[in-house]
Ligand binder design. Structure first.
Ligand code: 5AD
Ligand code: SF4
Length: 432
């Protein structure tokens, strides 16, 4: 199969769905409504609904959207090709939600990726934590870890195919365990992958974030100086109602240690405002928190009640306007902090990995610093996948503009370090 340019040209349309907040969930049905006339015109078209909304709603999806051919839970990705084939051959609806079918498939690395320079390698699925607001344990199930052999072989293949960067993925990567392997050991082994230029991982849970991970980041320059550590709230009372298992003091001491070991470490976090019972005072603790460690990036959300979660039984008593006011205040303060942090990059020379021509302007390349900052600069698309030095010219809260310092010199030095290879052999990029 190849990606189609539009819905109209597609033979198979898959919706990969997210249930984390109500809005994401609602979008699925809106989108299915838009697809309905297409399916009526072309009954051969296969429409599949995959992911967490499928898992939660199951056959209810057929009732609300009878033109759907199959629904499939997130633990059944390895059944996808079978389902598509069956849906094309037989004309009855199919549903797969088998928790036993939970083996994380080994993906062909050259499958289409965005950006084409980063290979995502799933190391574990599911979550055993049970934060009271979160639907993930219900949709993704209990933690299941892939074997280190399988992870390391996929990482090796990715680097061998020319992916300069790998990101290890899991709901809670530091809970990784397989026999005698924990996450630190796995990250250490992955960091030795021949040919790899950058290694990232997400998401870490503060409760499991061990000093040994920061020590390893300090010792292995291939591991990017970037840590996403969701805190959720700055109030200990709210953290306790969320059942997060740590206090703010414990959280702060973990990031203080990580920063002391990894100079220049970029930190990002997730925050929910308007959790049930969140008082003005509790919200202000969150504002205090974000002023102090100065996060490079915050993903912030208004609390959304999810059916079946423990918090769904608590009164969702913060008014919608209050929730959105709080979100707005938080984002305003954070924008100032981010602009300040990024302004500190201006004038510096940074090593960036070129991710490809920017979506907005093909003459401009989008790239990232080791710390994950987006830097745009002018250059040819052939530089995609290369590490180059750029001088940062200006910065806003969300991105930076730079210029290749001396492209010829950068390329020579890269060749010297034996990493100037024709890195992306993925022209056409079709999945096997
Ligand atoms: N409402 C709002 N935000 C949520 N998140 C998870 N569940 C909810 C919810 N019910 C946020 C958390 C999490 C991120 C992925 O999504 O901040 O870290
Ligand atoms: Fe959800 Fe993350 Fe908590 Fe697991 S650790 S329940 S995925 S918020």
């Amino acid at each position: 199969m190849r990606p189609a340019a539009s819905d109209r040209e597609a033979d198979v349309i898959l919706l990969n769905t997210c249930a984390i907040r109500e809005k994401a969930s609602q979008k699925v049905f809106a989108r299915l409504g838009v697809l309905r006339p297409l399916k009526i015109r072309r009954p051969d078209l296969v429409v599949g609904v995959c992911g967490c909304v499928a898992q939660l709603e199951q056959r209810e999806i057929f009732r609300r959207a009878p033109h759907v051919d199959f629904v499939m839970g997130p633990r059944n990705v390895s059944s996808l090709s079978t389902l598509v084939n069956e849906a094309r051959n037989k004309r009855h609806q199919l549903a797969v939600f088998d928790p036993r079918d939970s083996l994380i498939p080994e993906l062909p690395v050259a499958a289409l990726r965005t950006p084409r320079t980063r290979a995502y390698v799933t190391i574990m699925e599911g979550c055993n934590k049970g934060c009271t607001f979160c639907v993930v344990p219900a949709t993704r199930g209990r933690e299941a870890c892939r074997s280190p052999e399988s992870i390391l072989s996929e990482a090796g293949r990715a680097a061998g195919e020319g992916f300069p960067e790998i990101e290890l993925l899991g709901q809670n990567v530091n809970a990784y365990r397989s026999g005698a392997w924990d996450f630190t050991r796995l990250l250490g082994a992955d960091s030795l992958t021949p040919g790899l230029k950058r290694l990232r991982f997400t998401t870490s849970h503060p409760l499991h974030f061990k000093n040994s991970i920061a020590d390893l980041m300090a010792a292995r320059p291939v591991i990017c100086r970037y840590l996403h550590l969701p805190v959720q709230s700055g109030s200990n009372a709210v953290l306790s109602r969320m059942r997060r298992g740590y206090t703010i003091e414990e959280y702060l001491s973990k990031i203080a240690y990580a920063r002391s070991r990894v100079p220049g470490l970029a930190l990002s976090t997730d925050i929910i405002v308007g959790f049930p019972g969140e008082t003005q005072g509790e919200f202000e603790r969150t504002l205090d928190l974000i002023r102090e460690p100065r996060f490079d990036l915050i993903y912030s959300f208004v609390y959304s009640r999810r059916p079946g979660t423990p918090a769904a039984g608590m009164a969702d008593d913060v008014l919608a306007e209050v929730k959105s006011d709080r979100l707005h205040r938080l984002q305003e303060i954070q924008a100032g902090i981010q602009a300040g942090i990024n302004a500190g990059y201006v004038g510096r020379v940074e090593e960036v990995l070129v991710e490809g021509p920017s979506a907005m302007d093909p003459g401009v390349l989008a790239s990232r610093t080791n710390t994950g900052k987006i830097v745009n600069f002018t250059g040819p698309s052939e530089w995609t996948g290369r590490l180059l030095e750029v001088r940062i010219l200006n910065a806003t809260a969300n991105s930076m503009r730079g210029e290749a310092r001396d492209a010829a010199a950068s390329l020579t030095s890269l060749r010297h370090r034996d990493i100037y290879e024709e890195s992306l052999s993925l022209e056409g990029g079709s999945a096997p």
